[in-house]
Ligand binder design. Structure first.
Ligand code: NAD
Ligand code: LMR
Length: 320
């Protein structure tokens, strides 16, 4: 029996993500929460002939509590998206407060749930979530994930476009670091199976993976950022179990993580994670064998990440 909850369920990501969860045979109960329109989205999805029982809640009448109680997996795409010209960090002011309030609810009503954070800037919203959970004395680093799967999905797709591979799912590229611009570090030298990228296309490919989000923001021209590809990626991560998938996590207290945290000098960092029944079974370290170009990318990423993490940790956490 799995109860999944989506916070921000009426939004551009929330709706297609909720559709994928409703269609999944792994979900028995699906609770949708948003500040607008969640009962409508729930009514619509409830007509689909699949096992999950769907409910929709607004903040009134203890909506957040009803959404979260008994939940096993919480996916959070609540918050504002970028417009052209904005960075993800420009979303901090509004989205940090939204994530803080939602995670306070998680700490109170379902502290053992797996928490998957999509709201940007992920580099900062995950550390904020960790701080809130710590303040409530319920932080389990093996259950808190920043969802960076879209970077992994993009890396597969963009590499396949160059190599001519027909099914991009056959190409797996570890992507480490964070989730914004040059904090995103694709490790093309470790792609499986190995890929051969022409020298004159390598820098462009790395740049496209790092700034793939901008491509969508620009194309949507003020109407938001990636939603459908994000719903695909978010669902892929939500149903992942027993496999290795990169995710942005708090490293020091998970198996295999401490050594990586010491090597990179930041505590929050995305690495390929072995996912087990209790969340992070092991953080794996792909950094020892990377090439010199990737080492340079990593250096830049760590600098940016440190700033994003410090900003989050300086935010005043109040226990609501
Ligand atoms: P959207 O505006 O379409 O939807 C956001 C939803 O959140 C809206 O329905 C809104 O009502 C709801 N919301 C706002 N405040 C809330 C609150 N306090 N409680 C519950 N719900 C609340 O935006 P979107 O396109 O779905 O994007 C959502 C977030 O996901 C953005 O921050 C965006 O930057 C981020 N994002 C992350 C990734 C990633 O790879 N991690 C990819 C794409 C987008
Ligand atoms: C993405 O990578 O598509 C998301 O983080 C949304 C954005 O702002 O680009």
């Amino acid at each position: 029996m799995v109860k999944a909850a989506v916070l921000g369920a009426a939004g551009g990501i929330g709706q297609p993500l909720s559709l994928l969860l409703k269609a999944s045979p792994l979900v028995d109960e699906l609770a949708l929460y948003d500040v607008v329109n969640s009962p409508g989205v729930a009514a619509d999805l409830s007509h689909i002939s699949s096992p999950a029982k769907v409910t929709g809640y607004l903040p009134k009448d203890h909506g957040l509590r009803n959404t979260l109680e008994g939940a096993d997996v919480i996916v959070i795409p609540a918050g504002i998206p970028r417009k052209p010209g904005m960075t993800r960090d420009d979303l901090f002011k509004i989205n940090a407060g939204i994530v803080r309030d939602l995670i306070t609810g998680v700490a109170k009503y379902c502290p053992r749930a797996f928490i998957l954070i999509i709201s940007n800037p992920v580099n900062s919203t995950v550390p904020i979530a960790a701080e809130i959970l710590k303040a409530h004395k319920v932080f389990d680093p093996s259950r808190l994930f920043g969802v960076t799967t879209l970077d992994v999905v993009r890396a597969s797709t963009f590499v396949a476009e160059i190599t001519g591979e027909k099914d991009s799912r056959n190409i797996v590229v570890p992507v480490v670091g964070g989730h914004s611009g040059d904090t995103i570090v694709p490790l093309l030298s470790l792609a499986k199976p190995p890929v051969s990228i022409p020298e004159d296309r390598l820098a462009g490919l790395v740049n496209r993976i790092q700034f793939g989000g901008d491509e969508v923001v620009k194309a949507k021209d003020g109407a938001g950022s990636a939603t459908l590809s994000m719903a695909f990626a978010g669902f892929r991560f939500a149903e992942a179990k027993g496999i290795v998938e990169p995710s942005y996590i708090y490293l020091p207290d998970v198996p295999g993580g401490d050594e990586i945290a010491k090597a990179v000098g930041v505590d929050f960092f995305a690495v390929p994670v072995e996912l087990g029944p209790n969340g992070v079974a092991r953080a794996t370290n792909p950094l020892e064998t990377i090439n010199d170009d990737e080492k340079k990318l990593l250096e830049v990423a760590i600098k940016g990440l440190r700033t994003n993490i410090d900003k989050a940790c300086k935010m005043k956490i109040s226990l609501g």
